[in-house]
Design a protein around this ligand. Structure first.
Ligand SMILES: Cc1cc2nc3c(=O)[nH]c(=O)nc-3n(C[C@H](O)[C@H](O)[C@H](O)COP(=O)(O)O)c2cc1C
Length: 232
């Protein structure tokens, strides 16, 4: 039985590949000049130096770099090779600001004087604004989505974050910072602002940009904390 399921999975995977359309032509480039950033070519350095970045310089990113990043993301493994993703690229400053204002509105709703003894509502708003100004300072945002109508939608929750991981490493390789955002920009806010159809589930949204500074490495557990040999 297991063998049969496996064979069906492989069959569907090859059918899925056969049905795939040739990739769409890239949209007109916003800025085609080559990136002036130093590129990391050593995969170990890229992995070590990736950081979650939450404040960016306003410098634009060439469309060729964005394409390169998404091209790396789509190389991620997927169940049965289903490739259930969409990558929504956002550069429109008005839309980015609209998203920010909606996030601020929602954060302010969470102000509870009983829990904020040390801080007034005005101070709270100032803190929220500063934090969100930083999150929304990047020139490009990418929303990573999976299609609920994909071939194996039950596997999307594995396939989605894998692509996001590739995307973040590829961005780092080109010298750009990213951060896997979930709660700070709620899914319904991004869906509303960008009219994302219900058939897509948001995996994350990430800014892509040149960091104001690369954050220091956050504390990570030791290698031994993760490894179990042979038997628990
Ligand atoms: C599932 C997931 C959800 C996350 N959500 C957020 C978020 O909403 N806002 C944020 O600033 N960072 C978010 N992060 C980033 C983590 O805070 C970050 O990866 C962690 O602190 C380790 O830092 P590093 O990425 O620099 O190694 C998220 C990361 C993951 C994997």
């Amino acid at each position: 039985m297991k063998k049969l399921i496996c064979a069906l999975f492989i069959l569907f995977a090859s059918q899925a590949a056969a049905q795939m359309k040739p990739s769409a032509a890239p949209p007109a480039a916003a800025d085609e000049k080559e990136s002036i950033l130093t590129q990391e070519t050593n995969i170990w350095d890229v992995i070590q130096k990736r950081r979650s970045v939450r404040k960016f310089k306003p410098d634009s990113i060439p469309e060729s770099a964005v394409q390169k990043i998404i091209n790396a993301a789509r190389m991620a493994p997927t169940s049965g090779n289903q490739q259930p993703w969409k990558f929504l690229i956002i550069r429109d400053r008005n839309k980015i600001n609209e998203m920010k204002e909606k996030c601020i509105e929602r954060s302010l709703l969470r102000y509870n004087p009983a829990n904020q003894k040390q801080i007034t509502k005005e101070e709270y708003e100032k803190l929220i604004r500063t934090s969100l100004d930083n999150y929304f300072s990047a020139p490009v945002y990418i929303v990573v989505l999976t299609d609920n109508e994909s071939m194996y939608p039950d596997y999307n929750h594995w396939d989605g974050p894998l692509a996001a991981g590739y995307l973040m490493l590829a961005a780092r390789a080109l010298g750009y910072g990213t951060v896997f955002i979930t709660d700070v920009i709620p899914e319904n806010v991004s869906k509303e602002v960008f009219q994302i159809p219900d058939r897509y589930t948001r995996v994350c949204i990430t800014p892509v940009g040149i960091p104001v500074e690369w954050p220091a490495p956050p504390p990570k557990k030791n290698l031994e904390d993760f490894i179990v040999y042979e038997k628990f």
